[in-house]
Design a protein around this ligand. Structure first.
Ligand code: SF4
Ligand code: SF4
Ligand code: ZN
Length: 263
């Protein structure tokens, strides 16, 4: 297996994964979306709420705020030594106290653990009119998207096969160049070539193949090479998410192997 990183930032990654089956590429895509634990607000105690939102709406909005945390420092509640009773290893307390008139943003949430906080400070929670108040305590826990969408670590995750284009001699009419929506074809000298944008940008739409009257261009793909991309919700970095997603596949495969060994 080979990995060629094309782009890696705090919240986004794009890379070419080669020498793997489509099943593995899809397992990685799904693992990025659903198997990596992140922190989210899971319980809320509302002491005062005179805003226009019902308590339930306020709780839903709080739950959907992505929380940044070093997740290695925490345990899933079901795996914690406290057996789910709640301890500093499996829960973090946060408070929010605000009075209008103002728009209350996620940056006003005060966490008892400085390492766990909203990934973005400008997510609006509620607009308070004059004298309206919101006072609450929220409990954040680790979880995965399997339980609820608020624990979704990867918000976009997809792949396509690596395109393969082959050219034969032709009359250089230029129709394929004109029709390509990604501007990746050019006529150079006496042949059709790929522009500097690179073959990787090809969407496999086959418009070039369809318009060519000489059947001089054919669009295919490498069945064992994939261009993958994903973005994170901000809870963990893109690099952490990739490693955790791959580790999750490995751990589950090992567990399955152990079960099969006992049969
Ligand atoms: S590959 Fe076909 S469409 Fe493209 S320039 Fe050659 S003849 Fe024209
Ligand atoms: S398949 Fe589509 S995107 Fe790719 S080169 Fe042909 S026209 Fe361009
Ligand atoms: Zn615990």
């Amino acid at each position: 297996m080979d990995i060629d990183i094309l782009e890696l930032s705090e919240r986004k990654a794009r890379f070419v994964l080669s020498g793997v089956s489509v099943s593995f590429a899809n397992a990685l895509r799904r693992s990025i979306l659903a198997e990596v634990p992140v922190m989210a607000i899971d319980e809320i105690n509302i002491y005062d709420n005179t805003s226009v939102l019902f308590d339930e709406q306020l709780a839903l909005r709080m739950g959907l705020i992505p929380l940044k945390a070093d997740t290695k420092n925490f345990s899933m509640p079901e795996d914690c030594t406290c057996e789910g009773n709640g301890c500093p290893t499996c829960r973090v307390s946060m408070t929010l106290s605000a009075e209008g008139p103002k728009i209350v943003n996620s940056g006003e949430i005060v966490s008892s653990d400085p390492g766990v906080h909203p990934a973005d400070a400008t997510i609006p929670i509620v607009e308070l009119k004059d004298k309206h108040k919101v006072v609450l305590e929220a409990i954040a826990r680790l979880g995965t998207y399997r339980k609820h969408a608020k624990w979704q670590a990867g918000i976009v995750s997809g792949y396509k096969n690596m395109p393969v284009l082959t050219f034969k001699e032709c009359d250089l009419c230029g129709e394929c160049v004109k029709v390509c929506p990604r501007d990746i074809l050019k006529i150079e000298g006496n042949k059709v070539e790929i522009t500097d944008k690179g073959l990787i940008e090809c969407s496999l739409c086959k418009l070039c193949e369809e318009i060519c009257e000489m059947d001089a261009i054919s669009v295919g793909y490498d069945p064992e090479s994939f261009v993958m991309m994903f973005e994170t919700s901000g809870g963990i970095t893109a690099a952490e998410l990739a490693v955790e997603a791959a580790t999750s596949i490995k751990t589950r495969a090992q567990k399955m192997g152990e079960i099969l060994d006992t049969l």
